[in-house]
Design a binder for this molecule. Sequence first.
Ligand SMILES: *Cc1c(COP(=O)(O)O)cnc(C)c1O
Length: 414
Amino acid sequence: MNDFDRELSARLDTLKEQGLFRELRRVDSTQGTHLQVGDRRLLNFSSNDYLGLASHPVLREAAIQAVERYGAGSGAARLLCGSLAPHHELEAALAAFKGTAAALTFSNGYATALGAITALVGAGDVVVIDRLAHACLVDAARLSGAKLRVFAHNNLEDLERILQWADRRKSGTETGGPGRRARTLIVTESVFSMDGDQAPLREIVALKERHGAWLMVDEAHATGLFGEHRRGLAEALGVAERIEIQMGTLGKALGAAGGYVAGSRTLVDFLVNRARSFLFSTAPVPAQAAAARAAIELVRADAGARLRDRLWETARLAADALRTAGWAMPTTPGFIVPLMLGDESRAVEAARKLREQGLYLPAVRYPTVARGQARLRVTLTAAHTDADIDQLAAALAAAVPAAPDFRHAPTRPA
Ligand SMILES: *Cc1c(COP(=O)(O)O)cnc(C)c1O
């Protein structure tokens, strides 16, 4: 081993001692309720494919058609010559679905957050972010050069205190860079990825209006799932039109891949010019855009309503089964169910035992969640059957004693 590898190897040893070492597990099947892993077929409760669309025939066919018509690659960044028709069709479908004037798509949700936040704010501005917001939002805020302030998870008093501080700071110096005012951008998720709880968007919208701040809401785990038209939690709470920047991913409930921003035409024109992860990156392949568009059309139609209803039914069934098994469950069932174990090694051991029971349910631990907050994150999908949920409850009962007294105290992940 050379010096370079020796050094990295020592760092990996530290991760192993802390129960934080991770490995890829090769899957030899489509994404679905069952995964072929090595010589075993495992029942999967870890996917974000909430509506079971990832290997849906309609999405497959759309991807195949796009390959036939536009080829495999996209050639260049959108602004060079990669702005293929499927991207424009996807964006038109997205804007119609979200009920916004325009939409812009990116390679993935991570690139969306990075591009949008760094374009909108910079040195002299303030980003105020929920403590449990996704790593890509935190990374983007840091990269932007704006001052980063974190408010306690879903805590409106804490948010208001920080907004008041930002107002005082602004009235002292107009420090938004050459020729513009200093800005405050509030960033939160709508449904939180690792805990499944919801942001109080109505109250946050009221606060940002009172303080003249901008609001960006990441609907990664709500797009396609909440609201009359399944646009997201902002629709369900009646505040979508008052949010400046609505973002989300096309890789979760929509079953494909990609990220989006939906909002005004001016916002989209601005991001086309200023979002660096859009400007300096090859366009997603045509098949990706076509599959995502097919998913949007499907989710908007009655079929989407039926899948969404089935997802809520599996969530209710699972909540009942897990509560009976002794796990603490929230009063409103959700499709993201954290089974808190706390200790990292304990969570890894639980995941291993569940694999022996035929369940695929990896341990979620630092840095995805804070240290000491390790958990099994159960995700339900519309594709799970009632029998699958019985199997989940039976495997948990056999392998992992419930820890109903564990106090879930959200602290900031890395
Ligand atoms: C998954 C996720 C992202 C990233 O989206 P990708 O398309 O997977 O890159 C962004 N925000 C949240 C809240 C997420 O859960």
